[in-house]
Design a protein around this ligand. Structure first.
Ligand code: AHR
Length: 498
């Protein structure tokens, strides 16, 4: 393959990479909470019932924000069921996933876990079957000083100090007909406006995320966003977008070219945000919150859902392979390239349910996508730089033309972090990285992820098929980097300038 040249300039900056782009999502769904982060009967359980092995693995991902408790689950969830003494909490029929919710884990447990993990909590309120007032009461429960009803309820439950939750989502995927309480855009917008006003009156320091279109496949894609923003632009700090991508066609080159579609979705929503901002002549620009993203298509588990069946159910426990890991790198590259508009993003989800980590009894498996998230997350600080790429391209069947090498770059003082993916199935990609105004003097460290073929994946029996390893073959010559990227690989490299 011909050489790809990645040209950068330290003054050509996109914007600070918001650390909250490295967030996660924990839903009361399948085995994410129960048998995921929480399993009092496990030999790994701590005094609070959380699994230490799972938390240690999550710790390495250095996630910054954690969205909770849903997802679809939240649209039927009443937060008061999940607080107070456990023996008084009701077990309820859960209709989003048609299962049972014992409410053993609720607000206080999640917020104590968040403190421990240094996650900024991001709570989603129920705007499906819940009311704006219920949402307002939850803010008081979490953030109110003692002396009023819901704040005192928290104090009585053993939490004298406010939890101080800053990020709140106004519902989940309310444009989806599958969502409990789904309504047309203008009706959701009114609910969101009422709830948002009450919530911000209670605590003006909170930030709000309104539901945008949950997929470009929705019939009212972007029309939904425009309508919602017309009502709530002044209140909304962020608009949400979701994306689950698939390789149902078993067309790996096209699957890997999905970065075009991700870039495009971000740019389309940002355009609507800027349009409404201009129309309303306001200084307030709603930013983007990509609060669910991942690869998801191999497992649906829709059939056979049985409320009287096992609890917790094994729902959408996707096995991730090498090509999925490259696509996860593609999402992260895209978020970095759009650092000026994407301020929060949450990989969906964190354990068992479409997740980088799987548990089986007391065992734990690290999946391919875990390593990619870790490679980026540990190098995330700094300002995103524009990348000018010159090199060979190919055309995906549906996703259009892309460079074989996908890329992003972050500058942090005298450190330059570069992330590159070689999408070729067979060919090595020779790559040069150069800065127009600076020399690159040293490789601080580099990690590579690759594997025997696109479908190779880790399993409990063979857990180390795909993992990141230290990479020594990054050369520096005359202030430029030269490297040969193996086929189907992701490289993250930290370089020193000077
Ligand atoms: O993450 C799984 C589900 O996907 C979420 O509950 C929902 O918001 C989305 O459709």
């Amino acid at each position: 393959m011909q050489t790809t040249t990645l040209r950068l300039h330290t003054a050509f900056r996109i914007g600070e990479v918001d650390p909250r782009v490295f967030g996660g999502f924990l839903e009361h769904m399948g085995r994410a909470v129960y048998q995921g982060v929480y399993q009092p009967a496990s030999r790994h359980a701590d005094a609070e019932g959380f699994r230490k092995d799972v938390l240690e693995a999550l710790e390495r991902l250095r996630m910054t924000v954690m969205r909770y408790p849903g997802g679809n689950f939240v649209s039927g969830y009443h937060w008061e069921d999940g607080v107070g003494p456990r023996e008084h909490r009701p077990t309820v029929r859960e209709l989003a996933w048609n299962t049972i919710e014992p409410n053993e884990v609720g607000t206080d447990e999640f917020l104590s876990l968040s403190r421990r993990m240094r996650w900024a909590p991001m709570l989603a309120v129920n705007l499906g079957t819940g009311t704006p007032e219920e949402a307002r009461n939850w803010v008081e429960y979490c953030n109110g000083a003692s002396g009023t009803k819901y704040a005192d309820m928290r104090v009585a439950n053993g939490h004298a100090d406010p939890h101080d939750v800053k990020l709140w989502c106004l519902g989940n995927e309310m444009d989806g007909p599958w969502q409990l309480g789904h309504v047309p855009a203008d009706q959701y917008a009114l609910r969101a406006q009422q709830a948002g006003k009450l919530m911000k009156s209670l605590d003006p320091s909170i930030e709000l995320v309104v539901c945008g279109s949950c997929s470009p496949l929705m019939p009212n894609y972007m029309e939904w966003d425009r309508t919602v923003l017309d009502y709530v632009a002044g209140l909304a700090d962020y608009v949400s977008l979701h994306r689950y991508v698939d390789n149902r066609a078993d067309d790996t080159p096209d699957f890997l070219a999905v970065t075009n579609a991700i870039d495009r979705q971000i740019e389309e929503l940002d355009a609507v945000c800027r349009f409404v901002q201009a129309k309303q002549r306001t200084q307030k620009r709603p930013y983007l919150c990509f609060d669910e993203w991942n690869v998801w298509y191999k497992t649906y588990n829709r059939e056979g859902l049985d409320p009287k069946g096992d609890f917790p159910r094994h729902l959408i426990e996707e096995i991730y392979n090498l090509e999925d890991a490259l696509v996860v790198a593609g999402f992260l590259n895209s978020f970095i390239r759009h650092a000026d508009s994407v301020k929060i993003a949450n990989i969906a989800q964190i354990v068992n349910v479409i997740a980088p980590i799987l548990t089986r009894g007391d065992e734990l498996l690290i999946q391919s996508i875990y390593y990619v998230f870790e490679m980026f997350s540990k190098r995330r600080n700094g300002v995103a730089l524009r990348t000018s790429v010159q090199g060979p391209t190919y055309r995906g069947t549906l996703n259009g033309e892309v460079h074989y090498v996908d890329s992003s770059a972050i500058l942090d003082g005298r450190e330059l972090k570069v992330f590159v993916t070689n999408r070729s199935l067979q060919a090595e990609a020779p790559l040069e990285i150069e800065l127009s105004d600076e020399a690159i003097s040293r490789v601080e460290n580099a990690e590579l992820l690759t594997g025997p073929d696109a479908k190779a994946a880790n399993s409990f029996e063979k857990p180390h098929v795909i993992r990141s390893v230290e990479f020594k073959d990054v050369e520096i010559n005359a202030g430029k980097v030269r490297v040969q990227l193996p086929p189907l690989s992701v490289l993250a490299v930290t370089l020193e300038l000077g």
